[in-house]
Design a protein around this ligand. Sequence first.
Ligand code: G16
Length: 544
Amino acid sequence: MTCKTVATQPFSDQKPGTSGLRKLVSVFQQPHYLENFVQAIFDSIGDFKGQTLVVGGDGRFYNRQATQIILKMAAANGFGRVKVGQGGILSTPATSAVIRKYNAFGGIILSASHNPGGPDGDFGIKYNIDNGGPAPEKVTDAIYDRSKTITEYKIVDAPDINLDILGTSTLEGMTVEVIDSVIDYAALMESLFDFDRIRQLFTTGKFRMCMDSLHAVTGSYAHAIFEQRLGAPKGTVQNGVPLEDFGGGHPDPNLVYAHDLVEVMFGENAPDFGAASDGDGDRNMILGRNFFVTPSDSLAVLAANATLVPGYRNGLAGIARSMPTSQAPDRVAAKLGIDCYETPTGWKFFGNLLDAGKATLCGEESFGTGSNHIREKDGLWAVLFWLNILAVTGKSVEELMKEHWQTYGRNYYSRHDYEAIDSDRANTLITQLRDKLPTLKGQKFGSYEVEYSDDFSYTDPIDGSVSQKQGVRIGFTDGSRIVFRLSGTGTQGATLRLYVERYEADPTKHNDDPQVALGELIAIADTIAQIKSLTGMDKPTVIT
Ligand code: G16
């Protein structure tokens, strides 16, 4: 074995987005592309000599090859130990759990999350710090800066490590430990939730659940937790075999891409509870029989019922949500007398609040929910949280949700995505919107009057760092909002996200279809932003 230094040239497009670097597989397969980025990470994270790195991915195409490269580069750069998931697989929440449990220096996660996989799909890589969470912007900025000037990287010339057999081996003085991908994560879940109570739900034979893993990473976790530990019947987990291309699907748990599950849950003789998770296991979608729970409402319900769950029995320190997420959780926080923080989109912004003990539960409209148990959002955790509440209350998903709206009022909410639009057109739309912002206050659109309009800026309450231009907000005098952002996770063209919210206190009006309840605001958004004419699309590609 020899340690080599390889000459290279910078790539100009290695700027991490909302959650790491995501590109087409073919981009990552270019000579030196992955290596440059990994070396840029290692050059930007301080002194890790002799320390432990955790490596895992969602099992998508190129995961195995990339894992081997990272192990050889970690050895050449001086890490003392790498803990790598069996087969190169660890879900994103499991990686966070492992980093924290073993006091690792950090971790590398290979995933493009909910983006499609396979040779023509996407690949991604991100670095997580020692708290188990995504690297904050100062670290991702440093990595990007380094990627622009890099001239060489270090790698060990050695045969591949066998990733399929648990145990340890040595690579140029570094210990490589292939770990079980599920055990640590499952044990953490068991410490937070009342597994006995949930098991009783299943063993009565009356309660039926359908968990759709979308052929992505949670397949093995869901089988182990729901079917083996909690006694749910075999077949409860569908699409549970992880595949490199997710079976050709789009591993995004929403009403459009999780269509198999939607058919089951909205079909005849539907189960009581349905859930799906995404490519790397950090997102979740919750469904009842013929009933969809928006992610914002899900966070609000979990917060309102948290003390029913053993891990949260002592109550919550606070709640945090991303800015475009609905204000339903704010109403729960107000009733509980705790703070609700509003952060930019991106789980990395919750890290400081969680570390400082200011927030216990966090959530985002993009199907992400989590807590202080790790520093990533956590799909199966959210499913278990719901199961625990259902088991204790004996209520259905729909009953819980409707009672919640009865108590707190309903924040009608929807997100409209315009995917893969021309980047220039998208930038024009946002620039024109920004130019309009100072003129909107006081203007009337139909039955709505603009109360404020701004570009969201966030000052982190813990370290004072400022993140600007995090989304254009237009708020109306009745508390309704429309928000515009360009996604930071797509890989083709630009994705415009329109978020629409309206509050309705009167329970007799809570049965409307959100698209109807929000219809006027959706039309106003188009009037103000000229979405149809500027994107050339007459309707969104995805509505959630
Ligand atoms: C990532 C981030 C989330 C963010 C989501 C959508 O999720 O971790 O915090 O809400 O992307 O971001 P955007 O609107 O910029 O596309 P994931 O599941 O893709 O890692």
